[in-house]
Structure formats: structure tokens, C-alpha cells
Design a protein around this ligand. Sequence first.
Ligand code: ATR
Length: 270
Amino acid sequence: MDRYAVFGNPVGHSKSPLIHSWFAKQTAQALSYEAILAPVDGFADSWFSFVAAGGRGGNVTVPFKEQAYQLAEQLSERALQAGAVNTLYIDKSGVLCGDNTDGLGLVADLTRLGAQLQDASILVLGAGGACRGVVGPLLVAGVKHIHIANRTAAKAEAIAALFDGRVTASGYEQVPAEKWSLVINATSSGLDQQRPPLAEQHLKHCTLAYDMLYGKEPTAFLIWCQQQGVPQCADGLGMLVSQAAESFAIWRGVKPDVTPVLHQLTAMVK
Ligand code: ATR
């Protein structure tokens, strides 16, 4: 049976083994998928031992996405733009390839939620790896303008500089007045029950607020958006399942149906 795995540290909390086992069942693919706890300084060794034992592909999560980027012999354009790899596989000629499906997963989930991306003006909060991974795929989806706001403005400006004039950046105080139809929280503030210091006026035209984090309870950002009257608020559980579906499709050549798996996972997590 073909083996796949997610590599992380910690990794015990990962929902990926469950998601991929549901995908495998749904698509009648014979495969196994496990979670591998790699030592913080030993990702490459863990990967190569896995491959030596028959591993065909892997997902990579915190803190190894940049190390996987270094390890891959061939990178997709998405991985290059993201500066990080979340999907590894060995192609027919034996080359270790790195891709990044996080942004595709976000675009798929926004589309599932009915968001209009073509010609949209989008505000992305935060300028860490989570932000960098999604900017390219949002542009490919037809977004007109992405503004990245971050406490440390220089980090947002550094990401904007990787793209063309459709991507701008600033601190929270300098966010331009524009009709932001979609506001995406890509900060880790929700882990501390906090929200980014965005002025409420920027939510006036927002029809969907999205937090890339997920959990049992809504994040402080989503609670605040609801209080401000944003009509639709969503967390990142759908993005998690959608990025997994994109990885599965890269490995197996068949794209699973996200909806039933998301329903099953929601029933477990919420
Ligand atoms: P990730 O890879 O998940 O994006 P990261 O690289 O550590 O994680 O980045 C975390 C992001 O969340 C950063 O943009 C950080 O802002 P700074 O760059 O200014 O530090 C942002 N962040 C974390 N806690 C925050 C908070 N309470 N309010 C606003 N932004 C926060």
C-alpha cells in the first residue's frame, strides 16, 4: 500500500491523517497516511527514512515548511511565491518536488462560501508565512487589489515587493480607505484570544470575514467582525480540508469531494 504522512513538531493534533483516510475511502484509493513527529533539527533525516521505507509523498506543517522548501529539488511557482512547501512528492524520474497548496485551499474555500474574487479588493491582516502562502493564488483567482496590513509594516512591505502593483502594504493605522469586500485574518493573534488592531471603518463594505485559524470557538477577530455587522464570518477549517484535497490530487491524480469531509470534521471539531 502506498504510504503518505504529515511531518510536524508537534504533530499529534494534526487532522490530516483523518482527512486523508476519509479522502482515500471516498475515492477508493489504497493508501495509508500517518503523522510523523520529526525532531526540530531532523526534518530531512525523517523524510529520507520515510522514503527509504516506501513513503510516496508528504505534507509538511509547522515548523518544517521552510526546511521542506530547501530540501525540494524542484519547486512549483506557488511554492516559490510562498517561500514554503506543504506538499512533497517524488515524480516519475525520481526528483523530489515541493508544492504549496495552502493558497489554493483558501481560494477553494472562499469560493465554496460564495465569495466573489474576480476584481475584488481584499484586506489581508498579518505578514507571516500564512499571508505569504496565499497572495499568489488570490491574484491568480482574479483579485484586483490585495492590501497587507501588519503590526510590523516592514514585513508586509517585504511580501508586497515580491508581487506586482496589485499588492500594497502598510501598518494598521495606514490602511487605505477602500471598499474591502473580504477581510482575511492571517495573523496568529487568535491563538492568544486577541485580534489585529484594525479600525472598524474598514469593515463597512465587508461581506465575508475569514480567519485562517480554526477551533471549537470563533476567534476574537470573527467575534468582533460579527459584532460590527459583517454578514458572513468563517474560520479556516474549510481551508484545511481544501488544501488537503489539493495535495491528495497532486499525489493521486484524483480530486476528492471536500463537502462531506468538511461536514464530518466540523461535527468532530465543533
Ligand atoms: P505564520 O507563519 O502562522 O503566519 P508568523 O510568521 O509567526 O506565523 O507570523 C505571525 C503573524 O501574526 C505576524 O504577522 C504577526 O505580526 P508581527 O509581524 O507584527 O509580529 C501577527 N500577529 C501575532 N499576534 C498578533 C496580534 N496580537 N495582533 C496583531 N498581529 C499579530
